[in-house]
Design a protein around this ligand. Structure first.
Ligand code: GAR
Length: 210
């Protein structure tokens, strides 16, 4: 099967969406390892509950980001993934680690990139009085939240939204967005070539998921 490693720092609802899609037969893939920078991440427990090897490494045990990344990705490489999915992985991946795996690491980010990179994206959208918000799945490159976007899902922003109501509306769309994008990748339909996303061999603007 198509082998997926997942990096996650917290709750792991996006990991769970992948696990559920694999379990119900709608995603032809296997999650072969889950990795975290936080030993207490709920995502690790979700993995263990599904019988998947789960490991955490503490950044504080390493002198530099590069050393942490080297240890983390050595563990990831051991499970020989075809694809590495950052699903709520909240740590910056250093340039060397990202560069060495270009086209094989994706991230889900809770905004319509290139708008609202970084943290607290829902508050950023409210502060900017955005009429529309959403989530993006993109290839990871050394440029934080700046790699080529593969697919997006959009939601309206309502007048009475706060960051929590908006986050909940976006999260509901993140799960099918991530599953569908991974489905396309697993089917070999999406590739990164010269920093441009190709779908079925042709350069493509981000797919918009209904
Ligand atoms: C998701 O909203 C994801 O898009 C976001 O963290 C949340 C993780 O939820 N990721 C980032 O902000 C990355 N910078 P989950 O742990 O339930 O999947």
């Amino acid at each position: 099967p198509y082998r997926i490693a997942v990096l996650a720092s917290g709750r792991g609802s996006n990991l769970q969406a992948l696990l559920d899609a694999i379990a119900d037969g709608s995603l032809a893939a296997a999650i072969v390892g889950v990795f975290s920078d936080r030993p207490s991440a709920v995502a690790l427990q979700r993995a263990r509950d599904a019988g998947i090897p789960a490991r955490s490494l503490r950044p504080k045990a390493f002198a530099t980001r590069a050393e942490f990344d080297a240890a983390l990705f050595a563990a990831v490489d051991e499970v020989q993934p075809d694809l590495i999915v950052c699903a709520g992985y909240m740590r910056l991946i250093g340039g060397a680690a990202a560069d060495a795996r270009q086209g094989r690491i994706i991230n889900i980010h809770p905004s319509l990139l290139p708008a609202f990179k970084g943290l607290r994206t829902h508050q950023q959208a409210l502060d900017a009085a955005a009429g529309e918000h959403g989530a993006s799945v993109h290839f990871v490159t050394p440029d934080l939240d700046g790699g080529p976007v593969i697919a997006q899902a959009r939601v309206p922003v309502h007048a009475n939204d706060d960051a929590d109501t908006l986050a909940a509306r976006v999260l509901e769309r993140e799960h099918p967005l991530l599953v569908e994008t991974v489905r396309w990748l697993a089917a070999g339909r999406i590739a990164l070539a010269e920093d441009v996303v190709h779908v079925d061999g042709r350069p493509r603007a981000p797919l918009q998921l209904a």
